[in-house]
Design a protein around this ligand. Structure first.
Ligand SMILES: [Zn+2]
Length: 108
């Protein structure tokens, strides 16, 4: 986690202290070792990889921070999208294109 508070972004202090199982930067996913075999978390983070790629780093970071600031972590559009896709993945054996799902939700 970047040191957001010491970078002058104190409004994200709660997020900075979050105890997350995974986090994604561009196309690199980090998970806690205890979650290394958790497919649902990998899928969730895959959604963020797609978001980073489709939006580009600047727009992704703006959108993520804006959602976090306006409605909080869980309700932010980027997280809501990832959690919704994760639920679909976890609850069904149906094959679907997560890249297409993300693109549609982003309006791309
Ligand atoms: Zn997430």
């Amino acid at each position: 986690m970047p040191p957001l508070s010491s970078m002058g972004l104190a409004r994200f202090a709660d997020f900075e202290r979050g105890n997350f199982d995974g986090i994604t930067y561009l196309d690199t996913v980090f998970t806690r070792s205890a979650q290394a075999n958790n497919e649902n978390i990998h899928f969730h983070e895959l959604v963020h990889v797609i978001q980073w790629r489709l939006l580009g780093p600047e727009h992704f970071l703006f959108s993520y921070a804006n959602g976090l600031d306006c409605v909080g972590y869980r309700q932010s559009p980027m997280e809501s999208m990832a959690y919704d896709a994760e639920t679909t993945f976890a609850s069904s054996a149906a094959i679907f294109s997560v890249e297409k799902m993300v693109a549609v939700k982003l309006g791309i």
